[in-house]
Design a protein around this ligand. Structure first.
Ligand code: DC
Length: 220
């Protein structure tokens, strides 16, 4: 049995915070696959490519050299030699990632990179299609969910902590758009794997969620 943990779920369900904590407790490496799609999106944005033009995106894909490095245990995303770990956190980049991640050319490239990382060491990998497509053999699969309102409220709080004031309604609308796109795309849509355990974090503290995941992992 492998020790990989696949965590899928919609934007703002708390995947990355939880996955990071679980990875640290188990000595696994944490792989944030959303960050890779964000790096691809940043590349296309910088090239001035129309994100809705699949032909242009597919033609440009090869030029996007995305790799992952670990510095003091934390994942850094390198785009064509530049550390873009901070630049990819912008809202506009996240929304663009949701748009370009529908294209097969982008998904094929990212899936290969993700599988390669998982072949090196046990991972806690989070994303949208990890339990269904990227690591279908992961021995522990979690689907982390929370209501759109709770996710929007968390996002507003996070942004405020960074000094960015945003309107709740605007963030909620973005989250609903992103959910719609991520769940309804034809390839690798956001969906719980048949053998995933769903954890609704709406009314749970961070610590409760982490403990629940460790419980599920230990019981597998
Ligand atoms: O988790 P995130 O917000 O950083 O992800 C940004 C977008 O990337 C998300 O809206 C859809 C896409 N994505 C994907 O299609 N598949 C993944 N495994 C991870 C992210």
């Amino acid at each position: 049995m492998n020790h990989n943990i696949a965590i899928d779920g919609p934007a703002g369900a708390g995947k990355s915070t939880i996955a990071k904590a679980v990875a640290a407790k188990l000595g696994h490496i944490y792989v944030d696959t959303g960050a890779m799609y964000r790096a691809m999106a940043l590349f296309f944005l910088r090239q001035g490519i129309d994100l809705n033009d699949e032909k242009q995106i597919t033609a440009a894909c090869d030029g996007a050299d995305v790799s992952i490095e670990y510095i003091d245990g934390s994942q850094r995303v390198i785009l064509c030699g530049e550390d873009v770990s901070e630049a990819i956190r912008e809202e506009r980049v996240g929304n663009s990632a949701s748009i370009v991640s529908v294209y097969p050319s982008v998904r094929t490239k990212m899936t290969a990179l993700q599988r390669k990382l998982a072949s090196l060491r046990p991972v806690v990998m989070d994303g949208r299609d990890i339990g269904t497509v990227v690591l279908p053999d992961a021995s522990c699969k979690i689907f982390l969910d929370a209501s759109p309102e709770v996710r929007a409220a968390r996002r507003v709080k996070q942004l405020l902590e960074k000094g960015v004031e945003t309107a709740f309604d605007e963030v909620l609308a973005d989250i609903r758009d992103r959910d719609e796109r991520d769940r309804n795309r034809p390839i690798a849509p956001l969906i719980a794997a048949k053998d995933a355990v769903t954890v609704d974090t709406s009314n749970m503290t961070l610590e409760q969620v982490i403990n629940r995941l460790l419980e599920i992992y230990n019981a597998r």
